[in-house]
Design a binder for this molecule. Structure first.
Ligand code: F6R
Length: 242
């Protein structure tokens, strides 16, 4: 695990974009793992800038989302599939049929999760997995207590995560209670894990993930176990590291 602290989230986004640019320029069919949420927004903006201004080409990329809400209507703007398409893959011009996520409307969520896990394997695995961290230490939607070897599966969000995500919805009650999420074992298989965090609100979770014991009570602590993990922090997010 490598921990890199830079002054601002813009600087961490630029370094993360360099890592993804290197992958795109060296792999003919790169597979990206995409996170939703506020943290990767500056990274996606920087990749979009490089795509539009410097010809960084995503035409041969494939993308797999980390997670999805269960039970949102098909036309809901906060479905993660809709957010990723609107804010990431359309601006980067990644072909629609190369973008994958677990289907939160599937009649059989357990079977859907198994299908999704297999689809990642069939694609040859994820080259670079972008991830954020929850204020409670979650990664993807693996809430505290998630098994370190877990695979894609349905999960129940805990109250703090629903509260944290209420800003994207018109009321806190509208935040779904259930999700489908890649497991800690799924994320562990990615060839390079890029964990991003910015802002003081993440400082405690970052310190537990990076310097605390490897533990299911802080799922993001799997960065310590990962064969190739880069933790990219701005100064406020790193402020509680020893
Ligand atoms: C989103 C995801 C979550 C977020 C985390 C941080 O796909 O998997 O783990 O990365 O909740 O969210 P933000 O970045 O909004 O603080």
């Amino acid at each position: 695990m490598e921990v890199i602290v830079l002054p601002t989230a813009t600087a961490t986004a630029s370094l993360a974009a360099d890592i993804i640019e290197h992958l795109l320029r060296s792999e003919p069919h790169p597979v990206l793992g995409l996170a939703t949420g506020s943290t990767p927004e500056p990274l996606y903006a920087e990749l979009t800038r490089r795509h539009k201004e410097a010809g960084l080409d995503f035409a041969h990329a494939r993308a797999f989302m980390l997670d999805e809400y269960v039970g949102l209507p098909a036309d809901h703007p906060e479905r993660y599939a809709a957010v990723i398409q609107r804010e990431v893959t359309d601006p980067l011009e990644i072909p629609v049929d190369a973008v994958h996520g677990p289907d939160g409307a599937a009649a059989d969520p357990v079977a859907e999760c198994a299908r999704y896990e297999q689809a990642i394997l069939d694609a040859g695995g994820i080259d670079v997995q972008i991830a954020g961290i929850g204020s409670n230490g979650h990664i993807a939607f693996n809430e505290p207590g998630s098994a370190l070897t877990s695979l894609t599966r349905p999960k129940t969000l805990n109250a703090r995560t629903r509260q944290d995500n209420a800003r994207f919805f018109s009321s806190p009650e509208e935040v779904p209670r259930h999700v489908l999420t890649q497991g800690l074992g799924t994320i562990g298989r990615s060839r390079h894990l890029l964990l991003l965090a910015s802002g003081e609100g993440k400082a405690d979770a970052v310190a537990r993930a990076v310097e605390g014991p490897l533990s299911a009570s802080c799922p993001a602590s799997i960065v310590q176990l990962h064969r190739h993990a880069t933790v990219l922090l701005d100064e406020p997010a790193a402020s509680r590291l020893q």
